[in-house]
Design a protein around this ligand. Structure first.
Ligand code: G3H
Ligand code: 13P
Ligand code: ZN
Length: 285
């Protein structure tokens, strides 16, 4: 059953667990995510980016997720979310397709510009019952920066700015930067847990953690205890999918693509379930 993402994350915060927001690009990954949610009785967010609109066809994949959710998982709370919408236009496109949860990521824009565009989007979105996530500070990407030389102070979410941003824009959920980074590589040696706690004390919205799919149990538990209610996971699923494909392709005589892709799906499912158990979202549906 498709549900409101903000409410789902508020329930997670109350219950001291986090929901996984998993990126999909295709049928197999989508099924891996939703089948895992059904088998573990877990709420889940299925999300996709503009690049995936281009790859799979935005409407095609949106309706694929919606149909699988409604036909095969109607008793499981599922959110469908636009991840990292980088422009006003792509966010409008997503809402037009039927997304009820979107991210506008103006984190690399000038602050005043980010506030103005986010506010414009929130006004339109709220009139349609759509919730909006924003990111403050910024969560760097693999390849975007030399991690050895990174000055983390330039990437962190400023708690005062977060309060100001929320007041001015009316966003529903906030993605924070506390030393987390997209992709698997050396992140800040220790996340800035104190900064997270300061943000959580001053901000009543659900807090989302991007780029933490390589975080192990201790870090995950620590930030959930401090108030994080959602983790975005992409790289861990891609690596699992590729691992499954590699294994399937070793049987050189196999020409049934469904068998090959099923192996990739099964590996992806293992990765999704591992995350759901780590986030504590199992049996919370
Ligand atoms: O954080 C972004 C995700 O890893 C998706 O990346 O824009 O290549 O789909 P993408
Ligand atoms: P990873 O690629 O590190 O899993 O991060 C995913 C993410 O933040 C998607 O928005
Ligand atoms: Zn992200």
């Amino acid at each position: 059953m498709i549900v409101d993402v903000k409410t789902m994350l508020e329930e997670a915060r109350e219950g001291k667990y986090a929901v996984g927001a998993f990126n999909t690009i295709n049928l197999e990954t989508t099924r891996a995510i939703i089948e895992s949610a059904v088998e573990l009785s877990s709420p889940v967010i299925v999300q996709l980016t503009e690049k995936t609109f281009d790859y799979a066809g935005g409407r095609a994949i949106f309706h694929l997720i919606k149909n699988i959710s409604e036909f095969y998982a109607n008793d499981i709370p599922i959110g469908i979310h636009l991840d990292h919408g980088k422009s006003f236009e792509v966010v409008m496109r997503a809402m037009d397709m039927g997304f009820a949860s979107v991210m506008y990521d103006g984190s690399r824009k000038e602050y005043a510009d980010n506030v103005a565009t986010t506010k414009k989007i929130v006004d339109i979105a709220h009139a349609k019952g759509v919730s909006v996530q924003a990111e403050l500070g910024n969560v760097p990407y693999l390849g975007e920066v030399q991690m050895e030389n990174i000055n983390w102070d330039n990437y962190m979410t400023d708690p005062d700015q977060a309060v100001d941003f929320i007041e001015r824009t009316g966003i529903d959920t906030l993605a924070v930067a506390i030393g987390n980074a997209h992709g698997f590589f050396r992140e800040r040696s220790q996340p800035d847990y104190e900064r997270l706690s300061t943000i959580v004390k001053r901000v009543t919205l659900p807090i989302v953690m991007h780029g933490a799919s390589d975080w192990q149990n201790d870090r995950v538990k620590e930030v959930i205890a401090r108030g994080v209610s959602c983790f975005n996971v992409d790289t861990a699923l891609r690596l699992a999918f590729i691992g499954g494909l590699r294994e399937a392709l070793q049987a050189e005589e196999e020409t049934d693509l469904r068998k090959i892709l099923t192996k990739a799906k099964e590996h992806t499912k293992d990765a999704v379930k591992e995350k759901m158990l780590m986030f504590g979202s199992d049996h919370k549906a």
